[in-house]
Design a protein around this ligand. Structure first.
Ligand code: MCA
Ligand code: AMP
Length: 501
């Protein structure tokens, strides 16, 4: 079934209910959702796009951007959301790889995309600004507001999410209608969303957390979103009295706790706080509990699989753990071929209707990431407790998670190594009070080179997304290596940890 049709199957009964309210108080009902997504779907279909064709978007968060996603879904097209921090080089790769037929961008990026379009199949370009204006808005406004949702099967492609890889090359995770429909329904039920809920939505909508997890259960429940363009602690304090639930990355909760006005009284009426995308530190978990009386519910997921495990709604929410496998999701922890018992660390492998269909045009890579018996290897290292709670105790993949964004060291090392004066570099994640982990670079100069920290930072900033830029650059005479010649990143991590932030 088409996931949009599934999410909105009760829409006729709640047309006048508010689906989304913006920061400035503008409301969109479920009837508006129906009309706006019909217009998007009509426009895209009338352009000749057919099932499976890609629609890419690098736009600011706005109701129109959300309707673009849901309209593409409704038309059976594959939506490709792009982080607004991505720069030209990153974007060029995504467009060439995915070959979208339509690209929607911010007005100030039109020239960049026009230049890239020539090398990637000449997609049709539209603009959309943060207020919902631009050539897309004009075309959508002129399109019919009725549309018969395109029938799709569970296996049909709904979204491509690019995730960086350990080699520095990004992979497009193919997420299907069946993946998002099943996961959305499980989350609505597990976290008990009903039409009475009001979710404070401050996450970006170009990743799974903000686009799927914080939207699909709301649609299915007929609930309401308080839709803010970005996270802001003060704005959250002002909005929380009208909300019943909130979802965020750990940095959101760290920043809320830094606000003196964030107290028990302000959130006494709240039903649920959910955290994910990165480890929630035990300190944050405990301080939140003592300050507000609420126990944050931590869950675990990834782009390739949506949500995998969750702490319980009722029952003990245990800090430092990500709870139990969600209904319909199987999780095993293995050390090689052997299943680990409680207290033993091993690779987390998963199976279920939530697991993606593979990496876009990378059959080899896809095969590598699945076991012979069909389980997806997450690259996370986990451990069961005796009573069945899963903890994430490490990562087999060389990955840094900063403020909920994934950063693969290899990609940054390649950029730094290309700078004249650099002999080689190593990038590691170090503890950071705000972002959980921060990117740090260790650089070896070529003989006689005069580059400094500012030059390295400026160079990286000019090439790739800003959240990937090292917060600190440290120069050393040589990189520590093991007998195999591999850089000993754990040694470097300890050496630079004291020097960040
Ligand atoms: C911003 N900056 C960052 C980050 N965000 N640096 C490191 N890590 C970050 N996450 C830097 C910018 O480069 C900039 O530096 C400066 O901070 C200010 O930027 P600004 O955009 O104003 O920052 P902010 O508004 O304070 O943003 C911080 C944030 C944001 C609110 C924590 O990063 C955020 O919303 N993160 C959520 C990420 C997320 O949704 N992840 C879900 C992935 P300069 O000025 O030098 O340029 S989905 C997922 O992981 C799976 C499926 C799951 O389980 O959910
Ligand atoms: P992404 O590729 O952006 O979907 O990020 C997925 C990764 O985020 C997972 O593979 C985990 O490493 C990490 N992650 C998500 N939720 C949690 C959590 N609650 N605790 C620790 N790591 C998490």
């Amino acid at each position: 079934m088409n996931a949009y049709a599934f999410f909105t199957r009760d829409l006729a009964a709640r047309r006048e209910a508010v689906f989304l309210e913006t920061e400035s108080g503008r409301c969109y009902t479920y009837a508006d959702l129906d009309r706006e997504t019909a217009r998007v779907a009509s426009l895209l279909t009338n352009l000749g796009l057919a099932k499976g064709d890609r629609v890419a978007a690098q736009v600011e968060k706005s109701p129109a951007a959300l309707f673009l996603y849901l309209g593409a879904l409704r038309a059976g097209l594959a939506y490709l959301p792009l982080n607004t921090a991505y720069q030209r080089g990153e974007l060029g790769y995504f467009l060439k790889d995915a070959e979208p037929r339509v690209v929607v961008c911010r007005p100030e990026m039109l020239e960049t995309f026009a230049a890239l379009a020539h090398e990637s199949g000449d997609p049709k370009l539209y603009t959309l600004d943060e207020r919902g204006g631009g050539s897309l808005a004009e075309a959508v406004a002129a399109a019919p507001d009725r549309f018969e949702t395109v029938a799709t099967s569970d296996a049909d492609l709904a979204v491509i999410i690019y995730t960086s890889g350990t080699t520095g090359r990004s992979k497009g995770a193919m997420v299907t209608h069946g993946n998002i429909a099943s996961n959305g329904e499980v989350l609505r039920d597990y976290w008990r969303f009903t039409e009475r809920d009001v979710l404070l939505h401050m996450l970006p909508i170009f990743h799974v957390h903000g686009l799927f997890v914080a939207v699909h259960p709301i649609l299915l429940a007929g609930a309401k979103l308080l839709f803010h363009a970005k996270f802001d602690a003060r704005a959250a304090l002002a909005a929380l009295p009208r909300a019943s639930a909130m979802m965020g990355v750990p940095t959101f909760y760290v920043r809320l706790l830094a606000e003196p006005g964030f107290d028990r009284r302000l959130v006494a009426h709240m039903r649920l706080f959910v955290s994910g995308s990165a480890p929630l530190l035990l300190d944050t978990f405990a301080e939140f509990q003592s300050r507000t009386g609420h126990t944050i519910l931590e869950r675990y997921g990834m782009s390739e699989a949506g949500m995998i495990t969750s702490n319980p709604y009722e029952g003990e929410r245990r800090g430092g753990t990500v709870g139990f496998p969600l209904p319909g999701v199987s999780v095993r922890v293995r050390d090689g071929e052997r299943e680990c018992g409680p207290g033993e660390a091993g690779g987390i492998e998963i199976r279920g209707a939530n697991v993606f269909a593979g990496y876009w045009r990378m059959p080899e890579k896809t095969r590598e990431e699945f076991t012979a018996d069909g389980w997806f290897k997450t690259g996370d290292v986990g451990q069961w407790s005796a009573d069945g709670y899963l903890s994430i105790v490490g990562r087999a993949k060389d990955l840094i998670i900063s403020g909920g964004y994934n950063v693969y060291p290899k990609e940054i090392e390649l950029v730094i190594d290309a700078l004249p004066g650099v002999a080689e570099s190593a990038v590691v994640g170090v503890p950071h009070p705000d972002f959980g982990e921060a990117v740090a670079a260790i650089v070896v100069k070529t003989q006689g080179a005069t580059i400094d920290e500012a030059a390295v930072i400026a160079h990286v900033k000019s090439q790739i997304a800003n959240y990937k830029v090292p917060k600190r650059v440290v120069f050393v005479a040589e990189l520590p290596r093991n007998a195999m010649g591999k850089v000993r990143k754990n040694v470097l991590r300890e050496q630079v940890a004291q020097r960040v932030p």
